[in-house]
Design a protein around this ligand. Structure first.
Ligand SMILES: *Cc1c(COP(=O)(O)O)cnc(C)c1O
Length: 450
């Protein structure tokens, strides 16, 4: 684009912030942060505060980075978006258009996938305690895969499939006893976990035998998921080797054919500039290399490879916006800046001590004057957004935003303290459309009976 050399340079986000914010983020002429060509203050004026802004271009960009990155490293691969990170029909439509698969973990997530007409053959049903009704609904929708998580489920799913005269394709979720060094509450592939059949204890071998003997189940492969977010590459290759060795033993013992192999998700994202994740291409080459060399070592045919990013597809696409209210200064101790949201719309700081970057929306790089702790409006001392962050001077009415808020914030939102959950807009090329309206007081009363 030709630029008149006498124009002042357009202000920009810093290099680090460009990694955390959506790919379209920038600053307008008044130095307000913009997403998808929309100035945040304009969006708040139209849709209110707090507000979640999702950038369509970033969602598509991440889908292509994953699908392309893995295809390049391992031709027979596909990417399955883990919908619990953010389940919304408008998003599911984009995921479907980008050709990705998707996983669900409840009947509710199935309903949302159906609402988006998501192709059933591209759906995979996870979860450690799926109910009979949920399994029946999934089979009736002709779901592509069910990933079995317990002995109880082997019998239950076989029964439900048999009642419907269906032979359901399944994967078995195994636990490889590998610690991915993430938060205790988001570690899933260790021995002491509620998820999956442990290889170490012999439960996984018994599960393979029982599932293969079940008339209405067709075991097409194995799955594991280590946890999230995983900033290291090593745990993936370690677990892959262990599970492929197990697959070869199961081939010899029970004739298991590993047609499909799914080493889960958990790919990390940048929340703060000090801790950025490895590039997607690094995960792709580590995982592909481990699968190829493991198959070689144990004499297995190379399976179809599926990876399941949730967070890494949507986190960067979403920005949360809050309005500053009261500011409390405790001399020599702390400055508390209260905003109009908090743990009701993003419980991750309270639950996992997760850290976020906070930026003032107007002139975000004005010189910081003091360290502040940004807290929510909920009646819990653990309700905070970010502790001890450097921010330019703030006054009531100022807007703050947190990038990388697109995953596991809105889906875990609650009505705690009888608050209404925020509106969500999707932005693209200067347009914003509401993809979920703000809740009203009437919504809060709608399910209660007096
Ligand atoms: C949650 C989950 C994922 C996705 O984890 P992310 O950290 O969002 O990538 C993938 N697979 C399974 C089985 C999960 O439970």
């Amino acid at each position: 684009m030709p630029v008149n050399s006498t124009d002042p340079p357009m202000p920009q986000l810093t290099e680090t912030d460009r990694e955390l914010f959506p790919v379209t983020a920038g600053l307008d002429s008044g130095e307000n942060i913009t997403i998808g060509g929309c100035s945040i203050p304009d969006l708040v004026a139209e849709f209110g505060s707090p507000l979640y802004i999702y950038d369509e271009d970033t969602v598509r960009h991440m889908c292509r980075q994953f699908a392309g990155g893995f295809k390049q490293a391992y031709e027979r691969s596909h990417v399955e978006y883990s919908s619990k990170a953010f389940a919304n029909p408008a998003l599911a439509r984009i995921i479907a258009e980008e050709g990705l698969h998707m996983d669900i973990v409840t009947g509710g997530e199935l309903v949302f996938a159906k609402a988006a007409n998501f192709p059933p053959d591209r759906l995979n049903f996870h979860g450690n305690n799926k109910g009979r009704e949920e399994l029946a609904e999934a089979i009736d929708y002709r779901i592509g895969r069910v990933t079995i998580d317990s002995f109880y489920e082997i019998g239950l799913l076989n029964e439900v499939a048999s009642e419907r005269g269906v032979r359901q394709k399944v994967l078995l979720r195994v636990s490889p006893s590998v610690d991915p060094h993430t938060h205790m509450l988001t570690t899933t592939g260790v021995l002491d976990s509620k998820f999956g059949f442990s290889i170490e204890t012999g439960a996984a071998a018994e599960a393979v035998e029982r599932a293969m003997a079940a008339q209405n189940l067709e075991v097409v492969g194995l799955h594991f998921h280590l946890g999230s977010p995983i900033f290291e590459l090593e745990p993936y290759s370690q677990a892959i080797d262990y599970v492929l060795n197990f697959a070869a033993q199961m081939r010899d013992a029970h004739g298991l054919r590993l047609a499909e192999f799914n080493p889960g998700g958990g790919f990390a994202v940048g929340y703060i500039g000090e801790r950025l994740p490895p590039p997607i291409s690094a995960y792709a080459s580590e995982i592909s290399e481990a699968v190829r060399s493991g198959c070689d070592r144990y004499g297995l045919d190379e399976p179809l490879l599926t990876v399941e990013p949730g967070r890494a597809i949507v986190a960067r696409a979403g920005v949360a916006v809050y309005t500053v209210g009261g500011i409390k200064r405790i001399p020599e101790v702390r400055v508390y800046v209260s905003v109009d949201g908090g743990m009701g719309d993003n419980i991750r700081p309270a639950l996992y001590s997760s850290r976020y970057t906070v930026r003032r929306v107007r002139e975000p790089y004005a010189t910081p004057q003091e360290k502040v702790t940004v807290v929510g409006k909920y009646c819990e001392s653990g309700d905070f957004i970010a502790k001890d962050v450097d921010l330019p001077p703030l006054e009531p009415g100022d807007l703050l935003c947190t990038p990388a808020s697109g995953a596991y914030a809105v889906p875990m939102a609650s009505n705690y303290n009888m608050t209404t959950r925020p509106a969500i807009v999707m932005v693209k090329d200067g347009d914003a459309r509401l993809i979920r309206r703000r809740e009203t007081y009437a919504d809060l009363l709608a399910t209660s009976l007096v």
